[in-house]
Design a protein around this ligand. Sequence first.
Ligand code: S3P
Length: 184
Amino acid sequence: MERNFTNGLIKELRGRSIFLIGMMGSGKSSTGPVLAEILKYKYVDLDVLIEKLTKKTIDKVFSEEGEEYFRDLETQCLQEIIKLPSVVVSTGGGVVLKKENWGILRQGIIVWLDINKEIALNRLNSKDNIRPLLKGNIDVKYEEIFETRKDIYAQADLRVEINNEGVKNVAEKILNTLHKEINN
Ligand code: S3P
């Protein structure tokens, strides 16, 4: 990516934070750090932050404290993160469920990583860190969750289609889409 392009984009962004949203397996956590590095932004992975705060895996937080507790923590973390400028945030796939969170996300730029379902399932099936919400028949669970969320994800400022590109390509796709959107 050309230095002039990225420097221009950094100026255009004026320190607004970027929130990556999308389904589990869409690559939010792998793309976020690359994006942050290119933009010279700070980086936060919301799930990792919650794991640090609770000293538990997300799976354990769900099984021992329940989903509601997890969702409240997500909101509290977002409330803190938004106080800082220039942060790329990889959110958990369910962050879009609470209306309250949108008031926070909207203060930054919301980017939906719209992943091809088969590719997401391939990734999720091949990873051993099983998501609590996908336990059981993963294909059926994924579909059910996507159906209830797709219209909510579509409220994002930007949508980036994801197939099987590497993280660097995804980050570049996001940057190009951001640039186009800002200059529209
Ligand atoms: C969730 C997605 C997970 C994690 C939790 C709930 C969801 O994060 O926050 O298991 O509701 O979609 P990833 O999207 O990073 O997998």
